[in-house]
Ligand binder design. Structure first.
Ligand SMILES: C[S@@+](CC[C@H](N)C(=O)[O-])C[C@H]1O[C@@H](n2cnc3c(N)ncnc32)[C@H](O)[C@@H]1O
Length: 198
């Protein structure tokens, strides 16, 4: 197939995927205008138990992997929760397509892929461009909770958050909810940080 045709097909594919995601977001969010967002929620254990412990607020989990999201949605249904939804999507795309009236009031990033090889660092979610894009959709008081068992990624996240204007690191901030994630259960040790929308 000629390159021009391949690129047209790809463009149509992306447009269709984004249209589906937009529709799904409108359908699950309804009248929600503020939410807590877990990025890379995996099977949704942490967010489901967190949502169950909260009397108010709405919680959205996003992950790239479809069967993790299916399991997460089944878990939320079994718990009969109406304050949570899980969506299969790439996080940047989902943030981009969030309805304009919706703002993010907390972001949870628990054991994100560390991409240990230097040539893969560009794939790390905590990077300046992503943090700026995220901040643009966050409320002023939004907190970002980050936890990892990868020491070098932890230092990278500290340095990156210090280098951007849109987030400030908070000393001694409380962790919002303790419940082991799948990756936390396998970790020998881990470190956490909290930043706030500047
Ligand atoms: C190491 S796992 C951690 C899962 C879970 N948070 C835990 O602690 O058990 C990282 C998860 O992030 C998801 N992920 C990675 N990059 C992503 C992206 N750009 N958008 C959405 N999900 C992503 C992966 O599919 C994977 O499920």
């Amino acid at each position: 197939m000629p390159a021009k045709v391949v690129s047209e097909v790809h463009k149509k594919h992306v447009e269709a995927r984004q249209a589906r995601l937009k529709k799904e977001l409108d359908s699950v969010l309804g009248s929600v205008d503020r939410l807590g967002l877990e990025i890379g929620c995996g099977h949704g254990h942490w967010l489901t138990d967190f949502a169950a412990s909260q009397n108010s607020g709405f919680f959205l989990g996003v992950d790239l992997i479809g069967d993790r999201i299916e399991r997460a949605n089944r878990k939320a249904q079994r718990a009969e929760l109406d304050n949570i939804a899980f969506i299969k999507a790439e996080a940047s795309e989902l943030i981009e397509l969030l309805p304009r009236g919706v703002s993010i009031e907390a972001v949870y990033l628990l054991f994100p892929d560390p991409w240990p090889k230097k040539r893969h660092w560009k794939n790390r979610l905590v990077n300046p461009a992503f943090l700026e894009r995220l901040a643009d959709r966050c409320s002023r008081d939004c907190s970002l909770y980050f936890r990892t068992d990868h020491e070098e990624y932890f230092d990278w996240a500290l340095d990156t958050l210090e280098s951007v204007d849109s987030w400030s690191l908070i000393d001694g901030a409380e962790w919002p909810f303790e419940r082991e994630t799948v990756f936390q259960a396998k970790a020998q040790s881990y470190q956490s940080l909290v930043a706030e929308r500047a």
